[in-house]
Structure formats: C-alpha cells, structure tokens
Design a protein around this ligand. Sequence first.
Ligand code: ATP
Length: 514
Amino acid sequence: MANDDKFKKVISHAKEYGYVFQSSEIYDGLSAVYDYAQNGAELKKNIRDYWWKAMVQMHDNIVGIDAAIFMHPTTWKASGHVDAFNDPLIDNKDSKKRYRADVLVEDYCAKIEAKINKEVKKAEKRFGDAFNKDEFVSTNGRVLGYQEKIDTVLKRLGKSLENEDLADVKALIEELEIADPMTGSRNWTDVKQFNLMFGTKLGASADTAMDLYLRPETAQGIFVNFLNVQKTGRLKIPFGIAQTGKAFRNEIVARQFIFRMREFEQMEMQFFIKPGTQKEWFDYWKDTRLKWHKSLGLGEDNYRFHDHEKLAHYADAATDIEFNFPFGFKELEGIHSRTDFDLKQHETHSGKKLQYFDHEDNESYTPYVLETSIGLDRMFLAVFANSLQNETLEDGSERTVLKLPAVLAPTKAAILPLVRKDEALTNMAKDIVEDLKWDFNVAYDEKDAVGRRYRRQDAAGTPFCITVDGESIENNTVTIRHRDTMEQKRVKIEDLHSIIKKEVDVKEWLMRME
Ligand code: ATP
C-alpha cells in the first residue's frame, strides 16, 4: 500500500474503531485538535502508564509531579518562549497556503535522501550477499554527491536560522527552486517569525486581568518546582522529576493527524546532574530511552537518532529519536542536554536562589539538566500506525488486524459465548467477565457469528478471544484464541487469569529493556 493510502487507512480505522475523533465534529471539527474516544483513551492511558512505570516507579531517584497548566507569565519570559519560541513561516502568494520555511527545506533534503536510499536498494540487489552498505555509501560517487548537497543545504539553513537571517532562508528556498507542495507555485512572500504560544487572560475585569499563556511545554513546571521537590523529597543529585500533561502550541502547519496538534500531551523528565557530567548522562538517557521504545517490539529498524545541527538556545547537545511514521522518519522524542540555562534564568527573573548544596563535595552549584521529552500523541500514532496491518490468510481471505503490543491494548480479552441463545453459555461467559474484570479490561460480545466477532476484535486490537461452548459446561474449559497467530487452545477457566497476565503484564514487557 502506498504511504499516503496507508496513512488514510490509519485515520479512518482510528475513527471506525473508537480510537480518535476529530474534535467538535458535529460543527465540522476544529483544525489540528482531536478527541480520544473509548478505545483511544485506554490506549493513551496505557502508554502513559508504561512510560510512568519505566521512568518513575523503576527509578529510585526519579519522582513525578503534576504542575498546573497556567503559570506565572514571567516563567515564559525567563524560559525564552516569549522572545524566541517562534517558527519561521512563509506564505505562498498564489495558493495562500502557509508553510514552515525550515520544513520546506528539510522536505527538500528528505527527497534527496530518498534518492540515496534508492541507490542503496539498487546496489543491494546487484551485489546480493556481498553488499556492504557502509562501504557503498562512503564510496559511491552519486551517493556522496547527494549527501554533500544535503549537508550543505542543512548547514546553511542552520546558520541562517541561528543568525535570524530570514532573508537568507527565503533566498535558499528560491535558489533550490522549492515550490508549494500543493500547487507547484514558487511565488513566495518573505519569511517571518511567528510566536507559537496561545495567550489568555486570568481575572474578570478588563483592566486588572493578567495576560497568561497556555504552557507550550511541561518542562517549566518542573524547573520552577525544582527546589521544593528536591528539599521535600530530600533528593540527592543525580535525580529526576517527571510529569505528563497537556501542552499547547499554535502550530503553523498542522495537517498530519495527531502527529502535530495544537493541544497535545507531553511526557517529560528533567534529570538534574552535576555540571561536567552531561555528556555521560546524555549517552545514558539516549540508550535508556531507545531501549524503552524497542521493548514494545514495533521493529528495531523503525527508529533512528537524529542529532541536531542547530541547537536550541538552551542546549549544548540534542538528539531526536525518530520513528518511521507512515509519512517517513520524524521526531518522536527529544533528548536535550539543557545545561543550567533554565534554572539560571529562573534565578535571575525570580530573584530566588535555585541551587543545590552538595554535601559530599561541600559546595553549592546550579545543576545541569538532561531532558527526555516525548509527545504522548505521537507515541500513540507510532504504536497505532505500526500495529495496523492487512493480512491475506491461507484461504485467500483478508483480515484487518491491529497488532497492538498486548501491554498497551485497550481491551485485553473479549469473552464470547458461542451461541447467544443458550443461557448456560451466556451466563458462564458473563461469570468469566465478572471474574477477570478485577484485573483486566475485558469485553463481552455475543452478537453475530463467532468468526465475525473474532474479526471485529482483531480489528479493535484485542489480544485474546475467549470462547465459551458446549464443552465448557461439561468440563470448565474454554478456547482461547490469540489475535496475532489466530491459534486456538483449550484451557481451564481457572488458568485464564495467569495466561492473560503473562502476556499483558507491564513487568514482562519492561524486562525486555535489559
Ligand atoms: P517538532 O520539531 O516536530 O515541532 P519540537 O522539536 O518542537 O517538535 P519539542 O519541543 O522537543 O518538539 O517537544 C518534545 C516532544 O513533544 C516532541 O518530540 C513531540 O513528540 C512532542 N510534540 C511537540 N510538538 C507537538 C505537537 N504540536 N503535537 C504533538 N506532539 C508534539
């Protein structure tokens, strides 16, 4: 299936099976704002829990907080968001469409990269087993030429953005003859900066109301609480503070479903360390976070690191964990070495000391910070899109199956009486539901032929179907069908709990990080 079609299928499946709806759909929706439906809310909660457990519960030195969305407005002056949280935008005069200028250039480079990949594939075919990819990309003239072009363009873009030289960004777009991807027009306006924060007001009367922002990231709620948490938790460096919560950005280009939303959720952790140790911790968290992703089994090849050429004003090193979304490799998580920028800025703007006294070294210092920041919605999209598969079965029929990692699946098992009209079967099935629901999210389904019910649960992502039939009444056994293999086994009802637990238990999955 072409990538575009695959992505459309992801969006329609998310709606059809109660995962994600357009916000306010009855009023024709609100652009780049989405609601999570009955299954989506469960999947999202399970991803959040999986992250929280790995980051907070399993680390003795990381605690979690839940800071407010509204913060004192000076926070955003101190953090640099008022002055520098901008995206360079450009309008096409003919189509009236608005784009992020840097994204247009990056997409141009992605196209050249696609050419490199094509060359690699061709050579792979030609040389067969003898093919050595590293050697090929470092010696093949055509590939080297492409790579040089990418490097030159990205370097110039990085420099122009760093120097706020927006005229040069426009010049670059013109030199590269980049056209409006929707219409092909090259009639561009100048590049302008656009602040992404949403403003609002606190207070009733017009003259006393205070201008506020909806937080564009959760990180600042952690920084301003740094000392309170450290003192009350008696925490020693190195230690981390984590939180999950909503963030808001008035994104210029927001048309990739839940990949880029105007209201979204982040899962962030700020790790406070001794200055000078940031490189070591940067490597540690890169490694640890990648292991967390890989533990979910979405495919080792679907991840890659992308080190930043252009560093944000606060960072001395930064990398993205990119995931292979239906529209290509894009940022899923950011890992940033933020130095002491944030704490120092808050010290300056608040006039309060935000230092740590190190008893071992008998000295006070402003800690450095290592941040891991992942979008919950992007993670949802990565999991959901990757799990949605179309299979042709042995008998030639097709099935749509949502192979969600069982630990994240909204419903762990569906209990199905083979025949709806047989009260002995329905009662027994309902008893199983009553028993299992203390520990697992389970569903009862008696409508339609059992084959259709299996397909429905496959498409909804339920890892197990448990069928109660005539034999169940005789010997207290049921069949348990596995979503991915479609294998069915007869098992004792009393064993159901442990069979399901083994497959959906967070511990079993997180242990794969080792
Ligand atoms: P991008 O370059 O894609 O705009 P970013 O570098 O601005 O992302 P960060 O500020 O590092 O993103 O935010 C951390 C994480 O929050 C990102 O890795 C992403 O998963 C998530 N995120 C950021 N913006 C959005 C958004 N508009 N919608 C959904 N998730 C987002």
